[in-house]
Every structure is written in structure tokens, then in C-alpha cells.
Design a protein around this ligand. Structure first.
Ligand SMILES: O=C(O)CCC(=O)C(=O)O
Length: 296
């Protein structure tokens, strides 16, 4: 019997590592049948893209880096997986609650030869208990697997993707623009509206890739069915895929009962609503609604 046959595959020492380091690898957590179902779902997702489908590598670049998000309403393998596999039990045991809400399902594919990196970032659209479980669907060697800055979830700092501002003016004044934006839209408004829970400052992310030797970076060899579990605030990123084999991954994100939409989440949910997603939440609201089922 494998760990994946008996509910949560998370052991106490995994939890200890997750809380200390911000990320942990759990081997052989998802059974082969589910891995096959998720692979089939990803291949279908590539052929039937949803509104959030993206290609993150250029057309002139080798390989291809693709992703799509919130597709389980159409890709039933994903919906079955979140409802029937042990994944929700794993999330619940990590968050220390009997039931947890599924915040998001998303998949990433790096075709053989992909050079594009997944940029360093963390996930701060939700405040409070929030973690991700990244399931390897192919063998992914440590050199090209997801990497984490050990302990960064405890820094009590909130980073924003610089790309957003860099795109606008090629990098010049990105920090200045970011500060102006967040002062105007979030920091002040959020403290006023949400009290201490809204008290966080968004900073531009440091150049981790350019100064890797200054950070304690964690990564692991991944076999199909192995998982990476990480706190949303643990900085993470991933190299491309120079190998001759696929590097597919399926990620679910989970929140605990006290999680709320971050103060800067208003614009994000508004644009998702405009795309037709059922998002009955606003900044400071608990995560509720059919998009975010309570499981297991
Ligand atoms: O697998 C990847 O390259 C990206 C994963 C990631 O950034 C995430 O799940 O938050």
C-alpha cells in the first residue's frame, strides 16, 4: 500500500519541514491512476484552451511554456481529482483544518527544450492560510524543477511581480511606479478598509536569479506522483526544460477558513468576472462560492 492509498500522504516530519522551510517534497503522494488522469486532462487542456490559457514562451523560442487556470469545470479529470483523490486531505492536514477550500486549479507544461524560466514570485492574492500542492506528472530533475527560497515565507514581506510595471516602460522607474501605484490603490486604502489585516506593503521582488548565491535555494528531483507543497509566501520560480522529455505539472491551491481576498485583489476579481468567472468576493472577503468548494 502506498501513502496515496491511505488519505493524506503528509507525515508529521513533512509538516515540520513545510512550516520551517516554506516548502517540502512528498514522494509518491499521488497514485499512478490519478497521474495518468491528470496527464490526459493537461493534453486536452492544451487542445481546448480556456479564457486564462497562456503561452509564456515566445513563438521564436524552442519548446513551449504553457499554462491554463480554473479549467476543472470543463476538464472533468481535474474535477474528479480534487473531489475524489487524497489531494484535499493532504491540504487539510497541512493547514490543520478538517475542511479546506480549493482556491485554484492550474497546470503548467514545459515542452522539451523550453528555455523560458518561471519568474521568481510568490502568491499574495489571498491573505491568511494559503498553500499550493504541485504534482509532477513527468520525471523532472532537480535542475529544472520548481525552486524555493528557503524560509522566505517568514520574512513578512510581500512582493509583487515587477514584470507588470517593467512591461509598461521597459524597466525604467519600475520601482517608483510600483510604489506610487500601491500607495494610491492599496496600502493606504487597505489599512483604512481592512484594519491590521490590510497592513502590508508590496515591494518589487529582488533579483534572485542574478544573485542566487545570496539565497538558500531548495529544489528536488521529482518523479511522477511526487508533490511539492509550499506556503503561498515562499518565493518560488523554475528553470526551463532543457531535457528531451515533457515537464508537466498540475497545481491546486488551498485556503483555510480565515483566508481573505487581499486588498489588491479587487482588480483581479473584477477582470475575472468580466471573463465570465463566478467570483462573488471582493477585497477583505472570506473565500466563498461555488468556484471555491469546501473539501474533502
Ligand atoms: O511549475 C511552474 O513552473 C510554476 C509553478 C508556480 O509558480 C506555482 O504553482 O505557483
Amino acid at each position: 500500500m502506498t501513502a496515496s492509498d491511505v488519505g493524506s500522504a503528509v507525515r508529521p516530519d513533512d509538516l515540520e519541514a513545510l512550516n520551517a522551510d516554506g516548502a517540502v517534497r512528498v514522494r509518491n503522494a499521488i497514485s499512478e491512476n490519478w497521474v495518468e488522469a491528470l496527464r490526459a486532462g493537461v493534453e486536452r487542456g492544451l487542445k481546448e484552451p480556456g479564457p486564462l490559457f497562456g503561452k509564456l514562451s515566445g513563438d521564436d523560442q524552442p519548446g513551449g511554456f504553457y499554462l491554463d487556470t480554473w479549467t476543472r469545470d470543463r476538464i472533468l479529470e481535474f474535477d474528479d481529482f480534487v473531489h475524489e483523490s487524497n489531494i484535499a486531505a493532504m491540504a487539510a492536514s497541512c493547514l490543520g483544518e478538517p475542511h479546506v477550500r480549493l482556491m485554484q486549479d492550474t497546470w503548467f507544461v514545459k515542452r522539451p527544450g523550453t528555455v523560458e524560466r518561471t519568474p521568481w514570485h510568490h502568491d499574495n492574492i489571498v491573505l491568511g492560510p494559503f498553500l499550493s500542492i504541485w504534482v509532477a506528472l513527468d520525471a523532472i530533475p532537480k535542475e529544472c524543477s520548481l525552486e524555493f527560497v528557503r524560509g522566505s515565507h517568514t520574512w513578512n514581506r510581500y512582493f509583487m511581480p515587477a514584470q507588470y510595471f517593467e512591461q509598461e516602460d521597459g524597466g525604467d522607474k519600475a520601482l517608483e511606479k510600483a510604489e506610487t501605484y500601491y500607495n494610491a490603490h492599496n496600502r493606504i486604502a487597505s489599512i483604512k478598509e481592512h484594519g491590521e489585516q490590510g497592513r502590508f506593503e508590496l515591494e518589487l521582488i529582488p533579483d534572485i536569479e542574478g544573485t542566487r548565491d545570496q539565497y538558500d535555494i531548495l529544489s528536488w528531483d521529482m518523479a511522477p506522483g511526487d508533490c511539492l507543497i509550499f506556503h503561498a509566501l515562499t518565493l518560488h520560480g523554475a528553470p526551463g526544460n532543457p531535457n528531451p522529455t515533457e515537464a508537466r505539472r498540475f497545481v491546486t491551491r488551498w485556503v483555510g477558513s480565515s483566508a481573505v481576498l487581499a486588498p489588491h485583489g479587487g482588480e483581479v476579481v473584477a477582470s475575472l468576472r468580466a471573463m465570465g468567472f463566478d467570483m462573488p468576493i471582493g477585497p477583505g472577503d472570506p473565500i466563498r462560492g461555488d468556484m471555491f468548494p469546501l473539501l474533502p
